[in-house]
Design a binder for this molecule. Sequence first.
Ligand code: PXG
Length: 288
Amino acid sequence: MKIYLNGELVDKENAKISVFDHGLLYGDGVFEGIRLYDGCVYKLDEHLERLEFSAKAILLDLPLDRKGFAEAVCETCRQNNLKNGYVRLVVTRGAGHLGLTPDGCGPPSVIIIADEIQLYPEELYKNGLKIISVATRRINASALPPAVKSLNYLNNILAKIEAKRVGFQEALMLNDKGEIAECTGDNVFILSKGVIFTPPLDAGSLRGITRAAVMDLAMELGFEVKEQALTRYDLWTAEECFLTGTAAEVIPCVEVDHRVIGSGKPGEATQALIGKFREKVKKDGVFL
Ligand code: PXG
């Protein structure tokens, strides 16, 4: 496997960065997770825009422009003969001193890993996922905007550990007001009285690329789609619930906090969206 590291494609064994890199010492950096379907990088431009926004928010000057990143991502996939998989694009603050200040750090490290993807088992798409809300709240936007896809994922990791310890694969995270924010690596949707709802971004959700794609698909299917603050009660009493994310795509959720959602089986709207999403992904990106 070849890894892109600061402009070069190097063997996995030689893909090493400094222990003084602030990406390692402080989680100081940004990243993207991108899918490759049939030799086509899904929504590459959208991912690169989000990377630019994340970098801007943390005052990190990216070492490449959008075209440079696009070429680097495609070249890494080509060199690895990858046609389907997952691309992890990481930009760290770079090596510096043992202090918080990014002054003196750099240049930023750019890492691109293109690999196969660990998917949720197909069984979960047929029968649905069970999730549980956890005590770990989604970090407050005035502390660190959840819209920034930073390398510091401890908030989400702690929520994931909490859920796993009690036997669930995914955690539902609330914000300081007790509203639904998102899951640890996926956005949340419900269907209620024929309308599809998802929390607004200021509830503490990432501006998911899959979230946006699914909102469009839902409208194409004739659904009204609303971004609205949601409570746990709204999820418990929904007719359908599903999660969206680059890795999970669209995955049905049939139980929330031990409450069965709808019939306890993936609902019709969810199934229609899964079908439409899978049809569309192959046409919606940049060919290698
Ligand atoms: N919320 C968070 C916090 C995310 O990290 C999503 C939502 C979904 O966004 P996209 O753009 O992918 O539709 C993400 C992104 C994992 C994992 O291992 C998931 C993400 C990032 C890193 C790891 O599940 N998801």
